[in-house]
Each structure stands twice: as structure tokens, then as C-alpha cells.
Design a protein around this ligand. Structure first.
Ligand SMILES: *Cc1c(COP(=O)(O)O)cnc(C)c1O
Length: 359
């Protein structure tokens, strides 16, 4: 008998969410962002499940792109962080990886090696993490022409800092800066737009959008859950009850004794903890579910288990599967109880948790 703790992954829901992204992208095409092991869902299976609909993938680094090739998939893969070494450029050519060139050193590598894969130029429109300033673009383009790499340039990318916040003026300002910066090269493609940008009315997404979290059913928008945005949960994180007991009034449960029973309470221990990626910061009253009924966590999350109050599920016995997040309890809700975002919870599920695929 093995521990039945598992992340159940609904690949149909993933495909439906990708379709939703495409509908919201309008005339833009959507590159499927599958970095960080497909946001914790398993990059090979996620990429394969989207392979008949997604014309392009995006990942952070070349190692992730290689796992897509190892899965037998041939679509171009954008490397959002570009290459980390000059020697990787040849591999990009060979495998049809499209690195983003975001800094001077990466331009140097193209000049020094004379190797240029298809690539993208990153424009810094206000995020101020990566990219060239709009003023620098003419000089960059001149260098590319001189290095005979200009023909390989597919287009320009930029990234929004505040697209999750519909009250922010930043996205409109960044969009205007991006359009102005790239207007001298109208035949090149343009890509902005993480998931959140798909939900901003009237937001231009140009040629390619880059949906990530929305494919996995997590909400990219502050104050909204994935289902409220028409997204389907993809991961259902489940773990079994491994014991039940009555905690008497006045007794505490778990490390630190932080939760004390006010009355005799039937509680259960669930075989999942922060060693599996369940957030330790999720405190008492964080929701979970059993048989479609909502229950709550009590006390501190341990490495391998956590405690739940079974008052709402009096029939629940040892072995019953508890949903930590999924259909009944949204991952966004749990994230908010833990002071974080669904991205961190989904990417944080550790390798101890087997991924089980439904398609
Ligand atoms: C991760 C990433 C995305 C996807 O962002 P989501 O918020 O998950 O949709 C898009 N573009 C870039 C540059 C990224 O790094």
C-alpha cells in the first residue's frame, strides 16, 4: 500500500483554459507558457496535452526547452530569459528555440559566435527587470544588422508590471511606450501580455500573447478567483485521512499548541504537509474539502501532515481523500489564506507528490 497523496491533473481542463486564452487573445496567437515544470503540473505532459492546439511554447531557460524536445514535440520554444552562455546559441539553432535577447552581453555573444537563432528583443517599458530601453533600440538594431543577425529577429517582447491590478495606470503607459519604441519596425512581431492582460478590456495583445497561470486555472487578477474568470481548476491536490480522534475541550493540536479546542471536536490528520509543498503559512480556518463538503485546517501545518476539523464531515473515516485545493476549494483561496498567490502554491508542490493525469 502506498500513500495516496497525489496531485490529480485534469488535462481537459488545461486544454479548455488554453482555448479560453485564445478566445480572449482575439487576433493574437497564444504561446503556452509551461515554465517551472508546467507551473508544477509536469512540463512534458502539459506540453503534450497542448501540442495539437498551441503553435508555440514559452519557458524560462534552455533546460526546460530541452525537456519539451525530449517529449517528442517540435513546436518552437521561446526562452523568456534567453541564453545563459554563448555556447547555447548553437543549441537554439539546432532545436528551434527562440531566445529573448534582453541585455548587452547576449548581443556580444551573437557577435562573437556569429551564431543567431530566431530570437526576440526585450524592450524595458517599465518593469525594469530585463530589456533594452526604448532609446537604445536603434543602436541595438544597427549592431544586429552588422552581425548579420537582423534577419533572424522575430520581434519585440515586453512584460507588464501591474496587469493584475485593473486600477493601475501602468499597463496603459507600458503599452504606449512599447508601441512607440517599436513603431520604426512595423513588420516585426510584437508580444506583450501575461494571463492578466487577457482580462483587461480593450488591451492590445498584438501578435503573440503569453498566457501562463490561466492555463492552470489560477487567477491572474487581484480579487478574483480562477472560476470567477471562467477558468477551470486543473490540479486537484488530494491526501488521505490517516487518523481521526476527538480532541477534548481545552486540548491543543500540533506544534506550538496554537489551536485549542473550545469544545470536544472530532479532528483528522491528513497525510500532506510543507514537505509536499502545502504552505506552512496556511493557518487555522484555511479551507479544505472532503466529499465535496468544506472543512477547515486547525493548528500548524507540519512537514508530513496537517490537522483538519471534521465537524462538517462527521462520516469521514480513515482513508477518505481530502482535497487541499481543486474543485471545491480553489487554489486561489488557499493561496490567499497563506499570504501568497496560486503561482507559488502550484509551482511549489514537491517531487514527493506523484502527478496523476486524467485526460
Ligand atoms: C511567466 C511569464 C509569463 C506568463 O505569466 P502569467 O502571469 O503566468 O500568465 C509571460 N511572460 C513572461 C515574460 C513571463 O516570465
Amino acid at each position: 500500500m502506498s500513500r495516496s497523496t497525489a496531485a490529480h491533473i485534469d488535462l481537459n481542463a488545461l486544454r479548455n483554459n488554453y482555448r479560453t486564452a485564445c478566445e480572449r487573445a482575439g487576433s493574437a496567437q497564444a504561446m503556452a507558457v509551461v515554465k517551472a515544470d508546467g507551473y508544477g503540473h509536469g512540463i512534458a505532459r502539459v506540453a503534450a496535452a497542448l501540442s495539437d492546439v498551441a503553435p508555440k511554447y514559452a519557458v524560462a531557460c534552455i533546460e526546460e526547452a530541452i525537456t519539451i524536445r525530449e517529449a517528442g514535440l517540435s513546436q518552437p520554444v521561446v526562452l523568456l530569459q534567453g541564453v545563459h552562455a554563448a555556447g547555447d546559441l548553437a543549441e537554439c539553432v539546432q532545436h528551434r528555440f527562440e531566445p529573448v535577447v534582453h541585455g548587452e552581453h547576449q548581443l556580444d555573444w551573437i557577435e562573437q559566435t556569429g551564431v543567431a537563432p530566431d530570437f526576440w528583443l526585450k524592450v524595458n517599458t517599465g518593469m525594469n527587470r530585463l530589456g533594452f530601453r526604448p532609446d537604445d533600440l536603434p543602436a541595438v538594431m544597427a549592431r544586429l544588422a552588422k552581425a548579420n543577425a537582423r534577419a533572424r529577429l522575430r520581434g519585440f517582447v515586453s512584460h507588464f508590471a501591474c496587469a493584475d491590478d485593473s486600477d493601475s495606470l501602468m499597463t496603459a503607459a507600458q503599452t504606449a511606450r512599447f508601441e512607440a519604441a517599436t513603431s520604426a519596425w512595423p513588420t516585426l512581431m510584437k508580444s506583450v501580455g501575461n494571463s492578466a492582460a487577457h482580462f483587461i478590456p480593450g488591451q492590445p495583445l498584438f501578435d503573440w500573447s503569453r498566457p501562463g497561470i490561466m492555463l492552470y486555472g489560477g487567477s491572474p487578477v487581484i480579487g478574483k478567483t480562477g472560476p470567477e474568470l471562467g477558468l477551470e481548476p486543473v490540479m486537484s491536490l488530494q491526501a488521505p485521512l490517516i487518523t481521526t480522534r476527538i480532541v477534548r475541550a481545552g486540548e491543543s493540536v500540533g506544534y506550538g499548541g496554537t489551536w485549542v479546542a473550545e469544545q470536544d471536536t472530532r479532528m483528522g490528520m491528513v497525510a500532506i504537509g510543507y514537505g509536499d509543498g502545502y504552505p506552512r503559512h496556511a493557518g487555522t480556518d484555511t479551507p479544505a474539502a472532503i466529499g465535496g463538503r468544506r472543512i477547515r485546517l486547525i493548528g500548524r501545518v507540519s512537514m508530513d501532515m496537517l490537522a483538519v476539523d471534521l465537524s462538517n464531515a462527521p462520516e469521514a473515516q480513515v482513508g477518505a481523500p481530502v482535497e487541499l485545493w481543486g474543485q471545491t476549494v480553489g487554489v486561489d483561496e488557499v493561496a490567499s489564506c497563506a499570504g501568497t498567490i496560486s503561482y507559488e502554491l502550484l509551482t511549489g508542490v514537491t517531487s514527493r507528490v506523484p502527478r496523476v493525469y486524467l485526460s
